[in-house]
Design a protein around this ligand. Structure first.
Ligand code: GAP
Length: 464
């Protein structure tokens, strides 16, 4: 029987918990909605996802530099960007069980288009038209109140000691790119960059999502990887198309099946945007946005120039032309990439007569690159040699030492966390029976289960 999509999601969630990839936030207190913690293998995978992105977006680009801006900024930043006034989602509450849902998501489920860019009147009109077909996802009743917009910015009292600080809150950033815009001039003045150039950043963002759901897909605290390319106004769409191509190719080069990726054009553009397309991934719950690629015009820089009183114009030294650069943005969540990677590389197969679960991560994403096993843990000579091999390898790659249980079980565990190779130190390594095999080990391949004998001296080269 073909696997149901929900089964795959359940299997991934269970593997993530069992093997220490992802834990529910504040789990011992019953869980805190919209927050998740990455465990020992999750943090390695997330770090590798971020490194792969940084490698492609900064290291391999001649004209992109990185920054790491503060999470909390002057509140004026969020007023100028339009987030204080207009960064909201449409909320609707079930009158029977008080469950809050996103009105646009309920409509989407019955194939009716609505989005957060609509006015509250527009979305209420659409919602009212379809009330009879809309059910509360919790209790199944059809008794909703009116749709209202709720602001997604998360407030903070950082540096504010007034009793009622909510009159004048600071905000946790709702997207990382505002930190890029407000540092545009600093980077321009310090980093010897010329338009066209990009600024990239990876960092946490916070949104008061009405209904966080689908595991780590929609969180209240999440992480973004964003790059803003500052370009001449007339070059915006050419640069945009080039980045669109690069970003899709990026996932294919990482090892994603192109059939699990597709483009989705935004139906409803904000007034300043020229184009907005999403790269959607085929998650276990269907195709959904993983990354957005946007042509944003010069709206953000213009807003910050006006609100701050600081000129954000660029002077082209060659032509003496002055202008506010336009922006091409690529924006993707670490968490959504993480879930896509877990989905894409999850596999079950039969090996040696047993069914196994295997994460077929590409080597550069694998949390652990190699596991080192002494064949038996009660033979000090084997353990000492395995220690030596671990010390050697761990200077070059993330390695794990495991002496627990029989080797077959250790292989299965490493398959589940996606370790590409396991190295076993056995009696042949000690050269007791056959001196020709002294200082050789067994290397077992995750994908095929095949084993080969490799000299310790050649291991690093072999595993890299
Ligand atoms: N600067 C543009 C921007 O923030 P967005 O479409 O709101 O655009 C960009 O977000 C990306 O950030 C999304 O494609 C998604 O990968 C990630 N993202 C947004 N909201 C998220 C959430 N609540 N949980 C996890 N990831 C989220």
């Amino acid at each position: 029987m073909p696997e149901k999509k929900d089964d795959k999601m359940e299997k991934i969630v269970s593997l993530c918990k069992r093997r220490g990839f992802v834990f529910q936030g504040s789990e011992i207190y019953g869980g805190f909605v919209g927050a998740y913690d990455y465990g020992p293998y999750g943090v390695e995978l997330a770090n590798n996802i971020k490194s792969a992105w940084w490698q492609a977006m900064v290291n391999e680009e001649k004209n992109v530099v990185g920054i790491d801006s503060a999470i909390v900024t002057d509140p004026k930043v969020w007023e100028a960007s339009g987030h204080v006034g207009g960064f909201s989602d449409p909320l609707v509450e079930c009158k029977e069980c008080n469950t809050r849902s996103r009105a646009d998501h309920l409509l989407e489920e019955i194939d009716v288009f609505a989005d957060e860019k609509m006015t509250v009147e527009e979305i209420n009109a659409v919602f009212d038209e379809h009330r009879d077909s809309l059910k509360c996802p919790k209790c199944g009743q059809k008794n909703f109140g009116a749709v209202r917009n709720v602001n997604l910015l998360v407030q903070s009292n950082l540096g504010n000691f007034a009793e009622d600080w909510t009159d004048n809150p600071a905000y946790l950033r709702g997207e990382t790119c505002q930190g890029i815009y407000i540092n545009f001039k600093n980077v321009l003045d310090s980093a010897r960059v010329k338009v066209p150039f990009g600024i990239a950043q990876i960092g946490k963002a916070f949104r008061n999502e009405i209904a966080p759901r689908q595991y780590i897909f929609r969180k209240r605290e999440f992480e973004q990887m964003e790059m803003q390319m500052f370009v001449k106004p007339e070059d915006e769409m050419t640069v945009y198309e080039a980045w669109r191509e690069k970003r899709m190719q990026y996932y294919i080069d990482l090892g994603f099946n192109p059939e699990n990726l597709k483009w989705h054009e935004h139906e409803n553009l904000v007034f300043y945007a020229k184009a907005a397309w999403d790269i959607e991934y085929n998650y276990p719950f269907g195709f959904k946005e993983m990354e957005g690629v946007h042509a944003r015009g010069n709206y953000d820089l213009t807003q910050h120039q006006e609100a701050s009183g600081t000129s954000l114009e660029y002077l082209d030294q060659a032509s003496n032309e002055k202008y506010i650069p336009h922006v091409v943005e690529t924006s993707v969540g670490v968490d959504r990439t993480f879930l896509a990677v877990m989905t894409e590389f999850y596999d079950e197969d039969e090996l040696g007569g047993d069914t196994r679960t295997v994460m077929r991560f590409p080597k550069k994403l694998a949390p652990i690159k190699v596991a080192v096993f002494p064949l038996l843990k009660n033979k000090p000579e084997l353990v000492a040699k395995a220690d030596e091999v671990f010390s050697l390898l761990s200077k070059h790659m993330r390695a794990e030492f495991d002496d627990n249980g029989n080797v077959g079980k250790r292989y299965r565990r490493q398959d589940e966390i996606g370790t590409p190779a396991c190295v076993t130190i056995d009696f042949d390594t000690l050269g007791e029976e056959n001196p020709a095999l002294k200082d050789t080990v067994t290397v077992r391949d995750r994908d095929t289960g095949e084993q080969e004998r490799v000299a310790i001296a050649d291991l690093i080269e072999k595993l890299k």
